[in-house]
Write a protein that binds this ligand. Structure first.
Ligand SMILES: Cc1ncc(COP(=O)(O)O)c(C=O)c1O
Length: 391
């Protein structure tokens, strides 16, 4: 029997979540954000599973985009941070990647580039076509990370629109800082600043809704798509919700329909009884207060389990919650199973995910550790085998 540590990826749940994203705003198009190896779920497998549901994919860099093309994915791919060097513009044009323009340097490089439209070389098997480049102009509406300022939107847009090697239907986009906090009015303020930037472009019917703008707009990440309906526009850009993790800390009517995609699991590899006063694990950080039964589980920080998980972080053994105790080692954790009636070597341990009847949310584990689900999901190491089910 091989080491039981593994990650199960439920592609049926992934598709369900993408269908939910689509159904929330049927007039919009979904750009599925699958950067960082699809938040740790495997970008190629995720893209293959979503090809018929998402008309575009968003990634962080050209390497991530090329990986998808080389795997035969033909869907348009968007580079959310644009290009990092001038040579990437040609690669993007060759491969039908759309580019974010997030600063003036990128804009200048794009306007001044000379695209080589020569005949495709036979070895470039993933070369698709060389139409004008599709561009998304990114606006800094308050996150202050990337984007042109709202008062530069009209001039930047017009410069880009006048360029012959740039497609006409430029998308204007922004990104929210606090959309996961439904009480925080900063999202409304960001929409206001974004609209202010667009005002100089004189968009008809724009006041009715962002969806009715004749220039395609894009604002919503998962939290905004789920919780701020007024931010839905021509393109929505959900990421974390596709993987079944709610962006909100409280229950939410729509987010509660999401299904978890990743189940992180392993098995019990040792069991022992210890008397009160004995300690467990490195640095002897946990002391038994009663006669205790300790299960050793084959999972550790070398498999993607968070090293800072404190004693008390829940795991599921045979569907029952019990507390992890002591420090997380590279390949093992220890769990107090004193209150579990029956437990044997080889029993199943779920670190997060599971079935709907016995489920531990990655958000709950992230809260215990003081991090966010995004981090736990994206940092799965290569050593942990992935198994795909449900497609
Ligand atoms: C520009 C942009 N859009 C959309 C997303 C997706 O965000 P989320 O995973 O919160 O839905 C991200 C993720 O960080 C992003 O950077």
């Amino acid at each position: 029997m091989s080491r039981p540590a593994k990650v199960l990826i439920d592609l049926g749940a992934l598709r369900h979540n993408c269908q939910l994203a689509n159904s929330l705003s049927p007039e919009s198009k979904t750009m599925a954000i699958i950067k960082a190896d699809a938040y740790g779920h495997g970008a190629i497998q995720v893209a293959q599973a979503l090809e018929d549901l998402a008309p575009a994919f968003g990634v962080a860099c050209i390497e991530e985009a090329l990986e998808l093309r080389e795997a035969g994915i033909q869907t348009p791919i968007h580079l959310l941070e644009g290009t990092f060097s001038k040579d990437e513009i040609q690669i993007a044009a060759n491969n039908n990647f759309s580019l974010a323009v997030v600063n003036h340097e990128q804009k200048k490089a794009l306007l001044n580039c000379q695209l080589d439209n020569s005949v495709q070389k036979p070895q470039d098997t993933f070369l698709l076509r060389k139409d004008p480049i599709k561009v998304w102009l990114h606006v800094d509406s308050g996150m202050h990370r990337l984007g042109v300022q709202p008062d530069e939107v009209a001039s930047s847009y017009q410069e880009l629109a006048a360029c012959s090697h740039i497609q006409d239907d430029i998308v204007i986009a922004t990104h929210f800082a606090c959309a996961d906090d439904l009480e925080n009015t900063f999202s409304t303020e960001q929409v206001r600043r974004f609209q202010q930037g667009l005002a100089a472009l004189d968009l008809q019917s724009f006041d009715e809704s962002l969806l009715s703008s004749h220039i395609p707009l894009s604002l919503a990440n998962s939290a905004a798509l789920l919780g701020w309906p007024e931010t839905r526009a021509a393109w929505n850009r959900p990421g974390i919700m596709l993987f079944g993790s709610s962006p909100f800390s409280a229950p939410h009517k729509e987010a509660d329909k999401l299904l978890p995609v990743m189940t992180f699991k392993s098995g019990v590899i040792a069991l022992r009884e210890i008397p009160p006063g004995e300690t467990v694990g490195y640095a002897a950080t946990w002391t038994a207060a009663r006669p205790s039964r300790i299960a050793t589980v084959a999972i550790g920080y070398g498999d993607g389990y968070p090293v800072h998980a404190p004693s008390g972080t829940p795991v599921l053994i045979n569907g029952h919650r019990c507390p992890m105790v002591g420090r997380v080692s590279m390949d093992m954790i220890t769990v107090d199973v004193t209150d579990l009636p029956d437990i044997s070597l080889g029993d199943e341990v779920i670190l997060w995910g599971g079935s709907l009847s016995a489920h531990l949310s990655v958000n709950e584990v992230a809260n215990c550790v003081g991090t966010i689900s995004y981090e736990l999901l994206t940092r799965m190491p290569r050593r942990t085998p992935r198994e795909y089910i449900g497609h």
